[in-house]
Design a protein around this ligand. Structure first.
Ligand SMILES: [Fe+2]
Length: 405
């Protein structure tokens, strides 16, 4: 596509220098992280560490059966446990308020545990604050009040390898009247502890493994090229790319491959650490209207957009693309950065194909009729577009979407 190759006037991909880059760095990382097969057994030990007596577990119906064992373990240790398993896939304000009312009716808690995907963990993170501080969720979302201190101690236990919500200080809530997801971002939302047990992800079906894994890979790739990227996100991004690239095909082919599952879970966690210290960019911005208006799965929309947006970003970012190609163990030895960058973009297309991810939005029902609405929606996400290494105009977005329809 010739328009992609036009002279880049506004490319600000950070150059590699002896001092990697000069962006200010802030590393946010949960306080304690237990990782590895069987590490869920650390939950009771962690509850004791936090001196908990009454534990609130927030989860979803789809993974509620995974809660039985930790619940029994906590109860055997003498703790009172309440389980709320009503978190929907994309919780909105009313959903969170209903869970808060349910929790308050159940009594006081001194520990919140989120077990599930991004939705359950996002609700658990904000619930720890709401229950401790009597804040009104709508006031927090409208930024009428600020979160000024930590909430109840909390532990996040992901059962998917994608969002990285277990590592971020964010809680994403859908606000139906704006048809928009709003992110509550506060350092006080950063989890106190995380358990990364790959055994909890074994039952994820192949398509969900593929799309959530590609979401995690997108986090790492975008953060590595983000204008907000820094020495910390660079480090974690390359490791996330290495782990996910070497294992995502294996995990999709054989869901019981524990080593591959462990790589994906760690990669998704490192991707979350990247988001916390850096930011995603145009892939996530262009995916927003696909999720908001068309309810397309977040990971799937990111996966479809990733190769096209990276082809656009390639101009001016060759050096970083070449580094990511090496992290993916692609055969780029002896190639100059420009050639290695092209191999990297092509490898993303091939990865999608191998994982069974469609190469267009057309097959998902998006038509040329939807084009302007998509561009309008994406153009509003300036918070992410501003971090893209290459300035992206509405015309650029139109080109990218149109080529996928
Ligand atoms: Fe994402």
């Amino acid at each position: 596509m010739d328009w992609i190759r036009q002279a880049p006037e506004h490319v600000t991909c950070r150059p590699e220098t002896k001092r990697m880059n000069s962006n200010p760095c802030l590393l946010l990382n949960p306080g304690r992280v237990h990782a590895g097969a069987g590490s869920l057994s650390a939950l009771t030990e962690l509850a004791r560490y936090f001196r908990a007596q009454r534990v609130l577990i927030i989860t979803t119906k789809s993974v509620a059966r995974l809660v039985d064992a930790p619940r029994q373990s906590l109860e055997a240790a003498g703790l009172a446990v309440t389980v709320i398993a009503s978190t929907p896939p994309e919780p909105d304000v009313a959903d969170v308020q209903a869970i808060e009312a349910q929790a308050r009716a159940a009594g006081d808690f001194d520990l919140v545990v989120g077990i599930g995907g991004g939705s359950a963990m996002d609700v658990a993170k904000i619930m720890a604050v709401l229950l401790a501080q009597n804040l009104d969720l709508r006031d927090v979302l409208a930024k009428k009040v600020e979160i000024t201190s930590r909430g109840l101690p909390n532990i996040m236990v992901p059962t998917t390898s994608g969002t990285g919500a277990e590592a971020t200080p964010n809680s994403i809530i859908l606000v139906p009247e704006y048809a928009l997801k709003i992110g509550i971002v506060s350092p006080y939302l950063l989890p106190d502890a995380v358990i990364l047990d790959p055994l909890l992800t074994l039952s994820l079906p192949p398509d969900v493994t593929a799309s959530t894994g590609m979401d995690a890979l997108t986090h790492a790739i975008e953060c590595y090229c983000s204008k907000k990227g820094n020495a910390f996100s660079d480090l974690y991004a390359l490791e996330a790319i290495r782990l996910i690239a070497r294992s995502i095909r294996k995990a999709v082919q054989d869901g019981n491959d524990v080593a591959a599952r462990e790589d994906l879970l760690m990669g998704a966690y490192w991707g979350g650490v990247c988001i916390a210290t850096s930011s995603t960019t145009a892939v996530h911005a262009l995916a927003y209207p696909l999720g908001g208006t068309y309810r397309m799965a977040h990971g799937l929309s990111n996966a479809i957009l990733l190769p096209s947006v990276m082809a656009f970003n390639q101009v001016g970012c060759e050096l970083r693309f070449a580094a990511m190609a090496r992290a993916m163990a692609l055969p780029v030895q002896g190639l100059d950065d420009q050639a290695a960058a092209a191999v990297f973009v092509q490898a993303l297309r091939e990865l999608n194909r191998d994982l069974g991810i469609p190469d267009s939005l057309k097959s998902l029902g998006i038509t040329p009729h939807d084009l302007e609405g998509l561009v309008d929606g994406a153009a509003k996400v300036t918070r992410l577009l501003d971090n893209n290494p290459r300035a992206m105009t509405r015309e650029d977005m139109r080109h990218i979407y149109a080529a996928l329809i």
